[in-house]
Design a protein around this ligand. Structure first.
Ligand code: DX5
Length: 228
């Protein structure tokens, strides 16, 4: 198994397959040219939408593209190992569904899978701070999870700034990911706040040329970083 990518100071745009053609996920993933893509796993309970199982992730695995499984599920203790076994490079689950996440985070890392923790918009960033040392990825949702195409919530950037400050102060190497409403207009603000992994669904797969769209978003983010 490939080791998950480590943060290297460069901002990555991570296409979210939720906005891809569900009947041609593999084709759209290849068309996006992504080196890292996100699979939004929804159980119809934690969020009012239902999407993929571990077999979908298994079918999408390839040598070229790393995959994170973003589990928007009420029982991550049950499902996280299944996505790790299916070959996810990171498994990201919600703190709201697992208030004592350390055992699961450590179990994922022990098997060589990147361990990630996500917080919804209403969850304060302070809730995430005690677990930073156990993370390979921290995810700040910039929309209410469940659906693509929603408006970016700029108020969430204060959480990103707090996390960036704390990760840097403690010398911790975890990706700082944002997810929801990311496009060429919002990516610069997210990168300037300190995010280095930007999940984008509709802005990538809604474009005529998804790979070019992802590159434009990444370029806009990198340009903002140079300025900040
Ligand atoms: C929402 C998902 C996001 C969403 C992003 O619950 O986690 O990944 O697909 O889609 P856009 O980029 O369209 O907001």
């Amino acid at each position: 198994m490939k080791r998950p990518l480590r943060p290297d100071g460069r901002v990555r745009v991570v296409p979210s397959l939720l906005s891809a053609d569900p009947g041609a996920l593999r084709r759209d993933l290849d068309r996006s040219g992504a080196r890292w893509a996100s699979l939004d796993v929804m159980d119809g309970h934690f969020v009012p939408n239902l999407t993929y199982g571990p077999s979908a992730l298994k079918a999408l695995r390839s040598g070229a593209c790393r995959l994170d499984a973003h589990l928007m599920v009420s029982d991550p203790v049950r499902y996280a190992p299944l996505f790790a076994e299916a070959g996810a490079d990171w498994v990201v689950f919600h703190l709201e569904a697992c208030p004592r996440p350390r055992p699961l985070l450590r179990a994922l890392r022990a098997r060589g899978t990147g361990a990630g923790l996500a917080i919804k918009p209403k969850t304060p960033v302070s809730a995430l701070l005690p677990f930073l040392a156990d993370l390979d990825l921290a995810l700040v949702m910039t929309v209410e999870p469940g659906f693509g195409g929603q408006a970016f919530m700029p108020k969430m950037l204060s959480k990103v700034r707090v996390l960036r400050r704390e990760l840097d102060r403690r010398g911790l190497k975890a990706w700082l990911q944002v997810d929801g409403g990311i496009d060429e207009r919002t990516a610069p603000a997210a990168a300037s706040a300190g995010a280095d992994s930007l999940v984008a669904g509709s802005a990538v797969f809604g474009a005529r040329d998804p790979a070019a769209a992802a590159r434009r978003i990444e370029k806009a983010a990198q340009k903002a970083l140079k300025k900040s």
